[in-house]
Design a protein around this ligand. Structure first.
Ligand SMILES: [Cu+2]
Length: 151
């Protein structure tokens, strides 16, 4: 069987140079918008485990605040952190069940391999009660879900 390998860039001199910065999305969601890394005022550490839990599972933010989520997968299987409203997360979880291999990338989600760390910079432009979930089939249903209260 042939493995498809993406051609790695030739230059790999440490990690001092990151890939070219892409533009910050201006799409406004019900739960906020992608944040500007320069405006981060707080970093929130989140752990994802094979117990299908986020730790902490409850967080708070101030309306207008730009936070950086540093999301660690301490488990042995893939996990992801997807921000949204409960309605959106539930809909997304249904789609993931039908298309288990589906991978897409949005500023409000991080797919994190075992032992790795992902980051999201997010600005909570609106107040409300929002959620984050792992939408890998079975995980959300097992309770891999958390809450962000924005005031
Ligand atoms: Cu998971």
């Amino acid at each position: 069987m042939l493995m498809t390998l993406t051609s790695a860039p030739a230059a790999a001199h440490g990690d001092s140079k990151q890939s070219a910065p892409r533009n910050i999305s201006t799409t406004e969601m019900a739960f906020g918008r992608e944040g500007d890394p320069k405006k981060v005022t707080r970093t929130l550490q989140v752990d994802m485990s094979d117990r299908m839990r986020f730790t902490p599972a409850n967080m708070t933010a101030k309306q207008g605040e730009t936070v950086k989520f540093v999301i660690r997968n301490s488990g042995k299987v893939m996990h992801e952190f997807v921000l949204g409203t409960m309605k959106e997360l539930k809909e997304h979880a249904e789609v993931m069940k039908k298309h288990p291999g589906m991978e897409h990338d949005e500023p409000y989600m991080a797919h994190v391999a075992p032992g790795k760390t992902g980051t999201i910079v997010w600005q909570f432009t609106r107040s409300g009660n929002f959620h984050f979930g792992c939408l890998i089939p079975g995980h959300f249903e097992a309770g891999m879900i958390g809450n962000v209260a924005v005031q």
